[in-house]
Design a protein around this ligand. Structure first.
Ligand SMILES: Cc1ncc(COP(=O)(O)O)c(C=O)c1O
Length: 401
């Protein structure tokens, strides 16, 4: 049986994520990996979670083990509304929130809800690879706007928007990771956010705000979210996830947006997975109610800040002239730029021979134009691995300069 002619266009368009493929190669214990975007497993609050899960199941066996409402559990939404108000000064109603199976599902649903084959969207270049995958599967024509150390350039976004308008094509949405971006670690300052928001309004489109690293801030003051800055005008749909601040294995997150959009998303979700696990929603609600999240984030921030500092210090000590990197104020990643003539993808096989891994930057560009940059994750490796891995990487770069 040959399945090839039977596959849908979506499947034919899709290619495997370079990172997920790479994660299989680097599973060997002797490889030091700066490749994945993985939180540090030694910080998972396993005992606390186990106790809460047991309590939820014993106290509410019917609700926690039964199917739940597609919209999400009322008890969790109540906690989310409090969290949004306290941490982001965002006022939301239960009808403006949809609980999802983490933010990757939110990206997929947004693409399904807004993108017909050939429709244009704008993203920063580079941007999160998993978003590019979801948008590509939906058939989006992705236009990448240039970025600098403060994130995407509003003038470049405007040039793309104006160009699309001239061609009579609407921009369905502008996808942004505004805080400690994956992959570069950069944050968009508030002034630039306001300019981008004004552009969304001017060109009748919306900003899809995806900010999983926002709470992992080591220093400085957070700019307000796009959603808060929009003040309820409907030009922003935002999404949150518990993957980076609690555990990715829960696969739990939520979307906040205009009620009419959330209603459409609910119908899509009915077809995708009926509902997000009620057990995990109830456990997360109990975790939030107990005030554990705030304390846990403080632990994460302290640990990742130390690792970021160690990575920056070691890079300064071991990297040859001509190599530069970003200095993120939070999150999980930094972005390293090699001299122009070097190709980070070609270098990866040499790095793997030396038992160190990273992700080549090319995978994060919608148009695959830039070759000489790469992403380094600092949350997953131990202190000793960070020092040793960077020495190996520096040696590989020096040998191939
Ligand atoms: C920017 C961004 N969005 C979304 C995701 C997906 O995360 P999850 O589906 O676990 O919430 C990630 C994961 O690394 C990410 O970096």
């Amino acid at each position: 049986m040959d399945y090839t002619p039977l596959f849908s266009k979506a499947v034919r368009r899709s290619k495997a994520s370079a990172i997920r493929e790479l994660l299989k190669v680097i599973a060997q214990p002797e490889i030091i990996s700066f490749a994945g975007g993985l939180p540090s497993p030694d910080l998972f609050p396993a005992d606390e979670i186990a106790a809460i899960m047991k309590q939820v199941i014993l106290e509410h066996p019917e609700a926690s083990l039964q199917y739940g409402a597609t919209e999400g559990q009322a008890a969790l939404k109540k906690e989310l509304i409090t969290l949004l108000k306290e941490t982001e000064d965002i006022t939301a109603t239960p009808e403006q929130i949809l609980v999802v199976s983490a933010s990757q599902q939110a990206l997929d649903m947004t693409a399904r809800a807004f993108v017909n084959e050939g429709d244009c969207i704008i993203t920063a270049a580079p941007t999160y690879l998993g978003a590019l995958q979801a948008f590509t599967a939906a058939g989006a024509d992705i236009r990448g706007a240039k970025s600098d150390e403060n994130g995407v350039l509003p003038e470049d976004v405007e040039a793309l928007l104006a160009d699309l308008k001239k061609q009579g094509k609407p921009c369905k949405f502008i996808y942004l990771v505004p805080d400690f971006q994956n992959p570069t670690g950069t944050t968009i300052p508030e002034e630039r956010r306001l300019k981008l928001l004004a552009l969304a309004k001017k060109y009748d489109t919306f900003i899809l705000e995806d900010s999983p690293y926002r709470q992992v801030r080591f220093e400085g003051t957070a700019p307000r979210t796009f959603y808060a800055l929009d003040q309820g005008h409907g030009n922003v749909i935002t999404m949150f996830t518990f993957s980076k601040v609690l555990v990715p294995g829960f696969r739990l997150g939520f979307i906040v947006g205009p009620e009419e959009v959330i209603r459409k998303f609910v119908i899509l979700k009915q077809a995708i997975d009926l509902c997000t696990s009620p057990l995990l929603q109830m456990a997360t609600a109990a975790y939030l109610r107990g005030g554990h999240l705030k304390r846990h984030i403080q632990t994460l921030v302290a640990s990742y800040r130390e690792k970021r500092d160690l990575m920056l210090k070691t890079l300064a000590e071991v990297m040859p002239e001509g190599v530069t990197w970003t200095r993120p104020q939070g999150g999980l990643f930094l972005w390293l730029t090699l001299p122009k003539h070097m190709d980070a993808m070609a270098l990866l096989s040499k790095a793997l021979e030396r038992k160190v891994a990273y992700v080549a930057g090319v995978d994060f560009y919608p148009d695959c134009k830039t070759k000489n940059d790469l992403r380094l994750n600092f949350s997953y490796s131990s202190h000793a691995q960070i020092v040793e891995g960077l020495k190996r990487l520096a040696q590989t770069i020096k040998e191939n300069l």
